[in-house]
Design a protein around this ligand. Structure first.
Ligand code: APR
Length: 289
């Protein structure tokens, strides 16, 4: 709708303080499954049912396989034009902060300045000791030699050289014994775990503080982009109303009409196509990167 786009562009060019809430739909064009859409299941479990401390306590090997699979997938795909457009916006608008629910590292690989990217739900590429309270070990850049027993066969290791569809329930996967799983090198007792925020866990306090400080600024918020998220998971989704309460106009980008909730502007389409168009007046035409 050219009128809506024009009206959005007018507001964008007047905006100084911009927030974005990013969800799995931003990375879907890159080929990563979302959580609640088709393909959002993982083998015989739904992703969210594995993203819990209870699942990890009950079956750490299964949870490690889930996260190794997701890390494997994330490394095998590329950032898309929407990631690059948001990274370009960050370099042009110093008071732009992206609040990302994604743990896939694609925004970082698109060159998004780390100081303007708040990882609300952590990252697949860091681990810490599962006995957080007493041990405190963490490794910010777990380069993941995937635990041998979890090793996911690469295309060259499979018959016919075809990559295995390891998310398919019938694809045989090694079920690693507990002793195959990564043990904390500091306490040498407890398992390492992915530094991803699980359901029921608090968001990283440093991230919470950064977002709260941003929202408490008397200058308020001019614009909040809501991109590729069903906005059903809190406290992340709560930032939309908080931004609105501080004056922000809301712009929703979602593949499904109605996805992501209401907004002053709602653009239905693929984030990889829509986001670069929305930001073009500020960032110029975005190369696919
Ligand atoms: N372009 C734009 N939007 C898309 C696209 C696309 N190509 N593909 C899917 N979407 C939309 C879907 O319509 C949906 O509204 O992205 C949204 C994805 O929603 P979810 O799957 O619920 O993902 P998300 O909102 O990121 O989930 C939030 O839930 O499971 C937890 O911690 C996990 O961070 C995750 C949180």
């Amino acid at each position: 709708d050219p009128a809506a786009l024009q009206s959005f562009h007018t507001h964008l060019l007047k905006s100084r303080r911009i927030l974005a809430l990013l969800g799995a739909g931003l990375s879907a064009p890159s080929g990563l499954p979302t959580f609640r859409g088709p393909g959002g299941l993982w083998r015989t479990h739904s992703g969210p049912s594995l993203a819990t401390p209870q699942a990890f306590a009950a079956n750490p090997a299964l949870v490690w396989q889930f996260y190794s699979h997701r890390r494997h997938l994330a490394l095998s795909v590329q950032p898309n034009p929407a990631h690059y457009a948001l990274a370009a916006l960050a370099t042009r608008v110093p008071a732009f902060q992206a609040l990302s629910q994604n743990v896939d590292g694609l925004s970082q690989r698109a060159g998004h300045p780390p100081g303007q990217l708040q990882l609300l739900h952590g990252t697949l590429f860091a681990v810490h000791c599962s006995d957080e309270a007493t041990c405190g070990y963490s490794a910010p850049d777990f380069t993941d030699p995937i635990v041998p027993a979890l090793a996911i066969p690469t295309a060259s290791q499979t018959p016919g050289g075809k990559p295995l569809d390891i998310s398919h329930p019938d694809t045989p996967l090694p079920t690693p014994a507990h002793h195959d799983l990564p043990i904390c090198p500091k306490c040498e007792t407890h398992l390492l775990r992915p530094s991803v925020v699980w359901f029921g866990e608090a968001l990283p306090s440093a991230v919470l503080d950064t977002v709260e400080t941003y929202l408490d600024d008397p200058a308020g918020v001019d614009l909040m982009l809501v991109i590729g998220t069903s906005a059903q998971v809190f406290p992340a989704a709560g930032y939309i109303a908080q931004a609105e309460a501080r004056g922000a106009k809301i712009c929703v980008v979602d593949l499904e009409a109605g996805g992501g909730g209401p907004g002053d502007w709602v653009f239905t389409g693929d984030a990889a196509v829509v986001v670069p168009k929305l930001l073009e007046p500020l960032i110029g035409a975005v190369a696919a990167g």
